[in-house]
Design a binder for this molecule. Structure first.
Ligand SMILES: Cc1ncc(COP(=O)(O)O)c(C=O)c1O
Length: 376
């Protein structure tokens, strides 16, 4: 099989997406979670064919997308989901907010585990709730802390699995205990599984809905947008596995499925049905990048520390040796843009998040610039 293609920097700079349009052209942008990889060939073909047919009308996601997802989830994770329990939503963010609108009364607490994907802090108040933080404990779910929080009867728990930014893949044992607690205290779980296809060699993903008992308390949100780099096409899915949780999706605004992207549906079907060999190549490449980043950090930036992620193309780097100004130092002196750790919650104060979903050349250049920024 051909090696994965990462576009050269000159081509990347022509991209019009947020990653390549936010910063001046002398900056290497490694913040926002888009990859610099070329689209998987079957997805390119599906989108080209749609353009050739002038097939740019409204989406018709079902049953094709649900069947494609069910086929992928069964093969990949042994998750036998019912295609009729799949609801299309614009993106994971819209899915979470709309579900929270159903679950939350004004001011109700919703539990999240920082450091976590920054919009979690926004989605909860957008739906009228109030964030209740139970920070990760050494990068893992703090199950006793979650039990204490669940005992106060929050409206929901928003799980991130795999967890952005630390890259942790929660184990089946941890998820089993989580489900036990959620059942005991009657707390619905919204499981954001957007990074699930990006679990790297060495770790095993457990879809929450495959944990015994989860069907009655949990809803899962999945999407092709991270693993196949399709965020701009606006298409994701909510999956339920019990009448009780399906009642939540029944209460979503009736026009919800009309608000997705038609190209997102076509691309997602191609990804799940024909894009798996490409995904496997991507994961092998990201595994190499993860090792390369480890070597580069050890050689060039030995005062920084990190725990290599078990999933995602995101590295959570501890810059305590530099202090809270690390992100600005790398940006101003090194012209490398990284995601500022404090956006992920107080625990991210001295951290930056680096996106290694790029070519080895760009990764090496970025670390070189960061090392020179410190030396200066
Ligand atoms: C954990 C997590 N959830 C959701 C999103 C955003 O997904 P969407 O664009 O489908 O709203 C991201 C994007 O990086 C993410 O990391």
């Amino acid at each position: 099989m051909d090696p994965l293609l990462f576009a050269p920097i000159e081509t990347l700079r022509q991209r019009q997406s947020a990653k390549w349009r936010t910063h001046p052209s002398d900056v290497l942008p490694l913040p926002v979670a888009e990859m610099d990889v070329d689209l998987a060939p079957p997805i390119q073909a599906a989108l080209r064919a749609a353009v050739e047919r002038s097939d740019t009308g409204y989406p018709a996601p079902m049953p094709a997308m649900a069947l494609a997802l069910a086929g992928f989830a069964g093969e990949r994770w042994g998750w036998e989901l019912d295609p009729s329990s799949v609801t299309a939503v614009t993106d994971v963010g819209v899915g979470v907010v709309e579900l929270l609108r159903v679950l939350v009364r004004p001011g109700d607490p919703v539990v999240i585990c920082p450091p976590v994907y920054p919009p979690f802090f926004d989605w909860v108040p957008e739906a009228g709730g109030r964030v209740h933080e139970v920070p990760l404990a050494e990068g893992r779910l703090d199950l006793p802390g979650l039990e204490r929080a669940f005992a106060t009867h929050p409206a929901a728990f928003l799980l991130c699995n795999p967890h952005n930014p630390v890259g942790r893949v929660h184990t089946r044992e941890e998820l089993t205990e989580l489900v036990r607690l959620a059942t005991a205290y009657n707390v619905p779980i919204l499981s954001d599984e957007i990074h699930a296809p990006l679990v790297l060699p060495g770790a095993t993903f457990t879809p929450l809905l495959t944990v015994p008992g989860a069907a009655a308390v949990a809803v899962s949100l999945v999407s092709t947008s991270k693993a196949w780099n399709l965020a701009g096409l606006k298409c994701a899915t909510i999956v339920t596995a019990s009448p009780k949780m399906a009642a939540l999706t029944d209460r979503l605004p009736p026009d919800t499925p009309w608000r997705i992207g038609h190209f997102g549906v076509l691309a997602s079907v191609a990804a799940y049905t024909e894009g798996v060999p490409w995904l496997d190549q991507l994961l092998a490449t990201l595994d190499e990048r993860r090792s390369l980043l480890g070597r580069l950090l050890a050689e060039r930036l030995p005062t920084l520390s990190w725990q290599p992620p078990e999933a995602t193309f995101l590295a959570w780097i501890d810059c305590s040796s530099i202090g809270a100004g690390a992100r600005d130092l790398f940006f101003e002196k090194g012209r490398v843009a990284l995601e500022p750790g404090p956006l992920f919650g107080a625990a991210g104060r001295d951290h930056v998040r680096l996106n290694f979903g790029t070519s080895a050349e760009i990764l090496e250049a970025a670390i070189d610039r960061m090392a020179k920024a410190i030396d200066s």
